[in-house]
Design a protein around this ligand. Sequence first.
Ligand code: HEM
Length: 467
Amino acid sequence: MGSEEFTRHPDIQGLLFRGYANLYHAGYGFFRIVDRTACKSWLTGLLDSERISTAKDGPPELGTQRLNIAFAASGLEALLGAGWIPDSYEPPFVEGMVTAHRCRLLGDVEDNDPEHWRWGKEQDFDGLFMAFGNSGDEAEQLLADHLCSDNGVARVQTVYGHLNGHEKNGEREAFGFRDGISQPIIEGTSRYRDLPKEAALHGVPAGEMILGYPDGTGKLPRTPAVSAASDPRGWLKPHWEWPERRDLGMNGSYLVFRQLAQDTEGFWRYLNEAAAGGQETPLELAEKMVGRQKDGTSMEKYPKSDKENNNLFNFAKDDAQGKFCPIGSHIRRSNPRATGSKTEEASLKVTLRHRILRRGRVYEDAELGEVGLQFICFNASIARQFEFIQGSWCNNQFFDGLQREVDPIIGTVRKPGNGLDAVDRFTIPRDPYRRRLDGIPTFVTMKGGGYFFMPGMAALRCIATAP
Ligand code: HEM
């Protein structure tokens, strides 16, 4: 398949390849299936009328709309019935985001404990319906039109998101930083084809993000399966691993959703206090924590004007000590690129096994007086990609030789107690002495979330028609 064809693949839901930059508003409706038969007819109707957006639809024009759908494990179990084969899915997806082990791993403890979440503590949803449009009202109307009892589903939670400042100077998250810059680039797409050779730094085999293709090991990752009896109309291909079953995973991806509230006042208040009497301004400290300048420019050697090279830096080569981009900063923890520990190539190869495709949007809830990020990412393995980044990199207090510190943006800080020291520092390497910030509060708090599977279109057909 040519790169143009792959980028416009009719079996892959559109959100995987596009962030829908022209559609500023999104509504995310978490739903329960209350009537299986009605739900299946709704899904069939959506498919027949081509309402679910696929990669084939290309970038949306202003004034259009896009819809996408994903399911929690309980949703697939309900719709597939006897065809549901839990062992063929990744364990985190089947178990859900809220388990004691997973909460420890993700840092969903203390202020982030599901006990304090606004929604999702019980993981009481079967699916996620996503509507993208030109206004919040339009997104809400789309959710209301579809998530109704006639369609056999009931909405249990709605959250909204939008693109912020996109039309002017690039997408901004709530602390004011440019976001949406560094993404993995899927091999085989036209974007990958058009990239300069150095951008191999971000190139990942399709199977790292989309199931059904070889991943970074050169092999096919395990994909969800259904029994042959669940696909009497033959929408699916035989499963590559279990030929007697059918491949439900092909062209699908696991979707992680986390609503993350951002304490913007507390963030800048802390930075103002920390900057007093020091040599950095509050903004410079914030930039060190994020690992990029506020306008998105890299902290590395590339000059501001050089937009093309804004993401081609590589720590082993350009900044092994973290003098520009601190080792503990958010972007360095969440994508260490090539670090100095092994050969550059070997180290990059490892990092590329832990990339995620981010599709989040900011939110502002006037009623709650809250702003933050509707964090969404895609990956072929929640455990190896999203959970590894959050748990083993961002929440690792010993990350790359550091001690008693976590990601200053998304890490879960630990207060001292029970004979244990606090984990709440941030180190800024510099000559002749490093600067250390202490007592960093939690700036980002979990409000709800879940794990989903976003199927390909043939798989959706099978889900909609499984007996
Ligand atoms: C409210 C929470 C968050 C904020 C404010 C935030 C902010 C940012 C900013 C400003 C950037 C740099 C711009 C860019 O490259 O797009 C960035 C990059 C990134 N973030 Fe976050 N982020 C948040 C949550 C998360 C979470 C939960 C994860 C995953 C566990 C994550 C993973 C990443 C990754 C992988 C990058 C790209 C790093 C690179 O390749 O250079 N972020 N984030």
